[in-house]
Design a protein around this ligand. Structure first.
Ligand code: ADP
Ligand code: MG
Length: 615
């Protein structure tokens, strides 16, 4: 038998390791920032160009390295942080595997400049794909600067896998946030394409959180602090009324390391039980401190997963700590947690003047006025054909069942259950049929074979959703918009600002016009139909952050969120002509029976059902 096993060259081994440690530019940002923190820096500046594709540069004022260390730091398993396996149980540094620099160097062009206090001058090295191309003395203050250019230049598969700059930059910002939140005593700066996104000076944790998320967050935070001999928890949780429908703002740190821990996340969510609807996520920035001997951080190459000796013990500290925190701030009843709905009323501070909430409205605006309905939207005769074809598609199938709804937790925009009967005959589809409103919520009307109830809010959502999606798909770059006389400023943190601005092109298709402003964005125009404020529209845009969920694009999901905020509210009394308009337009939709989130819009009572009842 010929021998077949050979030792892989170090370069190849490094590239393989890089596959696990460096998945995208953000991973390199994380590793370099962590090295700067480990080096005892008090100021760390991160500069990226093209979301890190072209350049990632991290400069610190930490210990620096002497020449011999600098020459060694790119070798695999080269670390100053541990020297024996036992040290693994007393880790206080971020790094210890000695893999990051070797991995990064193997897949990029790297320049290192470093100067140690004991050295007479700085030292510089240039590497390409892990090979040292040049090394020479340089002028440099104490500290280290590492520049990573052309990441993945020799791994095309990885390079091609990268998402748009906007998405990659969001990952960079996420990693930056994680490190910055964990080390409030270090000054961090993040610059993207020469624009300063964050400049977070040394601060107390609360101020750091506000620096990261924006000044509005100050009032949303509730402090949490509790400890036992074994474990301590400290940090802030968000008041329930500011919870979001995305999980973006949840941070758990263990010994100042950002971790994902499903069980503890659950515990934190459990603390909010009864205070939040199921699909809402509160903010939390919590720090657990635990004896490193009781913790295994070495179960994953990126070290974002950890194992504890005693999950239980930690859970039993965490849950009451958060409840007490929420209780103290009167956002939760501290004794009785059985409450069905949130009790978010806060005691009024003495001397505080309460002003009426102000809402911007256009008093002359009628959402149902025909001129607002948009071109081609008014249902004509054709609507019944659309309805009929849906009816046929849905009920004439062999199974006799409705077409199954698309998968997805919140999104079921596909065709849903239909009716056993057509609700109207052609002749009846005029304003002649009797209509009335029930409980300012349902529109009740008769059909040829019974009675139907339409949920006004959901019906309007469906109508608006289909309109928005149609606008999205059209060639028109900017849909009809209500120009605001005074553009409204919406304060956003840098990450959210980026998020909204990157969407501005397709938001214009919805008629929502946004532009960059100093502390966030400026809303210059809004869709003509619907009840909403610039703030609520922007919040709706921020609700959906993932590119694609269950095959539904972000654009479409934002359309659904917008439709939700724009739709006529439950509790609003409607004029007869508004009801007729709403019902007519609903039946002009391709899927009138479900709102964009898959909830029932129409309930029918067939005459035979009614007869049954009268027996
Ligand atoms: P690890 O962080 O796991 O030790 P790395 O590959 O990230 O491995 O870094 C290797 C070594 O290089 C570190 O242990 C440290 O001694 C040195 N080093 C890396 N970055 C810096 C820096 N910014 N300042 C000082 N020393 C550094
Ligand atoms: Mg490291």
């Amino acid at each position: 038998m010929p021998e077949v096993i050979k030792q892989l060259p170090e370069q190849v081994a490094n590239q393989i390791a890089a596959g696990e440690v460096i998945q995208r530019p953000a991973s390199a940002v994380k590793e370099l920032m962590e090295n700067a923190v480990d080096a005892g820096s008090t100021r760390v500046e991160v500069r990226v160009v093209d979301a890190g594709r072209t350049l990632i540069q991290v400069e610190d004022n930490g210990s620096g390295m002497v020449e011999a260390d600098a020459r060694r730091c790119f070798s695999r398993h080269a670390t100053s942080k541990i020297s024996s396996a036992d040290d693994l149980y007393s880790i206080v540094s971020k790094g210890f595997r000695g893999e990051a620099l070797a991995s990064i160097a193997s897949i990029a062009h790297v320049e290192l400049k470093t100067c140690h206090a004991d050295s007479a001058h700085g030292f510089q090295m240039n590497l390409e794909g892990g090979t040292t191309m040049e090394s020479l003395p340089c002028a440099m203050e104490v500290g280290t600067q590492i520049s990573v250019r052309h990441l993945f230049y020799n791994v095309p598969a990885r390079r091609n896998f990268l998402k748009s700059d906007a998405v990659e930059m969001r990952h960079v910002i996420d990693e930056f946030h994680r490190v910055a939140l964990a080390h409030e005593s270090i000054h961090f700066v993040l610059v993207h394409n020469d624009k300063e996104l964050f400049n977070l000076r040394e601060a107390m944790l609360r101020k750091r959180i506000v620096g990261v998320f924006g000044s509005k967050y100050d009032e949303r935070l509730v402090p949490v602090e509790e400890s036992t001999d074994v474990v301590g928890v400290k940090g802030f949780v968000g008041k329930p009324d500011f919870a979001r429908r995305t999980r973006g703002e949840q941070f758990l740190f263990v010994n100042q390391r950002f971790v994902r821990h499903h069980v503890l996340h659950r515990t934190i969510m459990d603390a909010y039980e009864g205070l939040l609807p199921r699909d809402q996520f509160p903010l939390y920035v919590l720090f657990l401190t635990i004896d490193p001997a009781r913790l295994d951080v070495n179960i994953h190459p990126t070290k974002t997963e950890v194992k504890f000796d005693e999950d239980r013990h930690i859970q039993s500290l965490l849950l009451p700590a958060i409840r007490r925190g929420l209780g103290k701030y009167a956002v939760a009843p501290s004794l009785d947690f059985e409450q069905e709905t949130g009790l978010n009323i806060q005691p009024l501070e003495e001397g505080r003047v309460v002003s009426e909430p102000s809402v911007q409205v256009n008093p002359d605006y009628n959402p149902f006025a025909p001129q607002h309905a948009g071109g081609g939207l008014r249902p004509g005769r054709g609507q019944l054909d659309a309805w009929k074809s849906l009816y046929e598609k849905t009920w004439n199938a062999d199974t006799g069942q409705g077409v199954t709804e698309a998968q997805g937790t919140t999104h079921r925009s596909a065709v849903g259950a239909g009716f056993p009967e057509m609700p109207f005959t052609e002749a009846e589809s005029s304003s002649a049929r009797p209509l009335f409103q029930l409980q300012n919520r349902y529109i009740v009307t008769s059909t040829k074979s019974g009675l139907i109830l339409v949920d006004q809010h959901r019906a309007h959502q469906r109508i608006l959703y289909e309109t928005l999606v149609r606008q999205l798909e059209s060639d028109v770059n900017q849909s009809a918009t209500q120009q605001l006389l005074f553009p409204t400023q919406v304060d956003l943190n840098a990450a959210d600002q980026l998020f909204v601005l990157e969407s501005s092109t397709w938001l214009a298709k919805f008629g929502l016009l946004v532009a960059e402003s100093e502390d966030g964005i400026e809303v210059q125009g809004m869709p003509v139909e619907g009840e909403n404020t610039p703030e609520s529209m922007i919040l709706a845009v921020l609700e959906e952050r993932e590119e694609e969920v269950a095959g539904v694009s972000r654009e479409e999901r934002v359309a659904a969120r917008l439709a939700e905020t724009m739709a006529v509210r439950v509790g609003k009394s409607l004029k007869p002509e508004e009801m007729v308009d709403l019902v007519d337009r609903l039946f002009g939709c391709s899927t009138p029976v479900l709102d964009p989130f898959g909830r029932t819009v129409i309930v029918t009572f067939e005459s035979n059902e009614l007869e049954q009842r009268f027996r």
